[in-house]
Design a protein around this ligand. Sequence first.
Ligand code: PLP
Length: 377
Amino acid sequence: MAPVYLDHAATTPMRDCAREAWLEASTLLNPGGQYATGRRARAALEQAREDIASLLNCEPIEVIFTASGTEADNIAIQGLYRASDSRRIVSSPIEHPAALETVRGLAAGAGAEVSWLPVLPSGVVGVGDTLDTPAALVNCMWANNETGAIQPISDVVSAAAGQATPVHIDAVQAVGHIPVSFAQSGATTLAASAHKFGGPRGTGLLLAARSPAPTGVLFGGGQERGIRPGTADVAGAVGTAAALKEAINEMDAEMQRVAALRDQLRAGIISQIDDVIVHTPAEALPGHLHLSFPGAEGDSLIMLLDSLGFECSTGSACSSGVNRASEVLLAMGVSEHDARGAIRFTLGRTTTSDDVMALLGAIADVVARARIAGMAG
Ligand code: PLP
């Protein structure tokens, strides 16, 4: 039996339309070439840029192709910090490591003073008075990768605007899954990643307003407004545009279908198993279900499920495999004991009702076995 894949927030299978578009564009040459083949490659790159701009409601010049969501976060956060005279950064503490470690790196090595936004038990950041003082940037994700909680980015952006502080949004989990408009968001920079919505792995997007623009942190030939120099990956850009177009076309129907399956999974788990803590709040990405089974170890749950053909994760890329409680859950006030029993199911485009029913048939026994095995030391 093929594995039941329930880790769509980690990566989701590439869409056929993206694979076909990628393959066709893979024969194109250097978009910087001043001859016919160069012009052909440049035309394809610029068409992808225009398509993405219209899908995410920004100007084509604001679309910068990067090699990952991680790279987009790094360029934006480090670049906005360098572009400012202020040494202050305001950040949510529940960011993905791509953003969180960048902020911490600037604090450790470049003199940044970091003010952290408060986090409510729901997994949503609070817009406190930290935003009333100007800063080099405010960093806040659109939706959390572990819990799926949608963050109050419009409140964050309007509070920051009062101090003319630029805002970077990590929208890696949001783009292609829920409506995202860069113009409407009012953000200065926004990161996305193609492999989260069925595009090729290893292609990211940085949307960057004309001003203030991040100061370059990579140096090279000046491509992508000098913000991300290096010969552009035309096939990656073309595949990304194709995937995003299909994701946005199916978004309304998929949001409803996937959320209904997720709700069915949550209800089925709660009805069969005692002492379940649901970390995913009501306002969340449609495919996310993050839970704790106190007394079980997240990694045991994952291994037992894997042995039965169910693929899922604890939710936090850097905590899986090392038996560490998620920083996101701890920031929400979850105890270390409960946080260690966390597991994340993320449903997506290929998830079916049969997948959910199969998991519901297996989960109670898995949790019971993991609880008997108990917590590792
Ligand atoms: N930001 C968030 C919220 C993510 O979930 C991820 C990937 O899991 C990233 C950034 C990093 O994206 P990439 O895998 O493209 O580097």
